[in-house]
Design a protein around this ligand. Structure first.
Ligand SMILES: [Zn+2]
Length: 365
């Protein structure tokens, strides 16, 4: 049965941009080419994604005018999927960890506010199974695609639908948007993650070759190792290198990447990076704001006293009311951390009010 109700309006808006503005192929700066809108149902709500897509403009680059989509897009949802990856992870966890039936999972999703029909739950379960079945080494399509592409920008995402649940780890290529490996893990230590990265690395080492060549290379490598022949080191023909890593920068991920891919640049998701870097400033700013607010707490009684007089046409009381509302709006107008420092802003506003008051006093008002 298809969905009978229309999908609810988007409740969240997110704009995603490409983090790596240099073309992974030729290194030239890419240009913003067009925007792409997508709506995805996630556990947090229906998200309207606004995606800024970039293209390489170097006409001698093999990826000339081919799109680079925001790296983070694949963390939200798989290509062309209507439901978020977090929903897929949840459905998998409910089915395999908690052994729930499809109707039970359906009820669970409805209780979380998702607009979904039972048939879709079956589809989501299929997506989960497919995701975990991805084997780079066995997929000819993936091998050929990545072989042509010649490099991979690896993204590591850990999706944990509920606290205490296992984490669905998805390792994907940001250039093609393809999932390279997905595993559901109960623990996500540095060791666990490094093992996943190693697995992808091993598969990528044989990607650029046909299956026969890959086997031959494997055999030759074995023979070489057995003989202890020289020249076994270095990059083998057909290896598709990982040229960059993108993640949200959890400590275990950072350490695992540093261990498994020591030479590869690792970019943290800018949102998380900014949030982490801004935290100490945010804390200080919040404290400053609290202290400032304490000093203007007595504004209400003054305002009330002036209101009656102002209504009677007292010009002085009207001016006092104006100052009161300036202070009120200075207090209530909250900026968004970490870029807006509302404590500092409050200080500036109160400063302006007090300067103005001082001027009035000087004039003998
Ligand atoms: Zn290029």
């Amino acid at each position: 049965m298809a969905r009978t109700r229309p999908r609810p309006q988007a409740t969240l808006q997110r704009t995603l941009r490409v983090l790596n503005v240099a073309c992974p192929h030729c290194g030239a700066a890419t240009r913003s080419a067009y925007a792409n809108d997508r709506t995805v149902s996630t556990l947090a709500g229906v998200v309207a994604l606004h995606l800024h897509v970039r293209c390489c403009q170097a006409d001698d680059c093999p990826r000339y005018r081919r799109p680079y989509r925001p790296e983070e897009e694949g963390r939200v949802a798989l290509p062309r999927h209507e439901f978020g990856l977090d929903v897929v992870a949840l459905v998998g966890a409910l089915r395999y960890r908690q052994h729930r039936s499809v109707p039970e999972i359906h009820l669970d999703l409805l209780a979380r506010g998702l607009v979904v029909c039972q048939r879709t739950v079956t589809n989501l379960l299929d997506r989960y199974d497919e995701l975990l079945a991805v084997r780079l080494g066995d997929s000819r399509r993936l091998r050929e695609l990545l072989g042509r592409q010649g490099r991979v920008v690896l993204a590591l995402d850990g999706l944990q639908p509920d606290v205490g649940h296992e984490v669905l780890w998805v390792l994907r290529d940001c250039i093609s948007g393809e999932v390279l490996l997905a595993r559901s893990l109960l623990s996500s230590t540095e060791n666990d993650l490094a093992t996943l990265i190693e697995e992808v690395k091993r598969d990528l080492a044989l990607v650029g070759q046909g299956k026969k060549a890959a086997k031959a290379a494997k055999a030759a490598k074995g023979a070489k190792a057995a003989k202890g022949a020289k020249g076994a080191k270095g990059v083998e023909p057909g290896t598709v290198p990982i040229v960059g890593v993108v993640s949200d920068g959890q400590h275990s991920i950072r350490n695992a990447v540093a261990r498994a891919l020591p030479e590869v640049p690792h970019q943290l998701c800018q949102f998380h990076y900014l949030r982490e870097a801004g935290r100490p400033i945010y804390e200080m700013d919040r404290h400053a704001k609290k202290e400032l607010k304490k000093r203007v707490r007595g504004i209400r009684p003054i305002e009330r006293a002036a209101e009656a007089r102002a209504a009677a046409g007292d010009a002085q009381a009207q001016a006092v009311l104006g100052y009161c509302s300036a202070v009120q709006s200075a207090i209530t107008d909250d900026g968004r951390p970490p870029l807006d420092r509302s404590g500092l802003a409050l200080h500036e506003r109160l400063d302006a009010v007090s300067t103005s008051l001082a001027m009035v006093e000087e004039k003998g008002g």
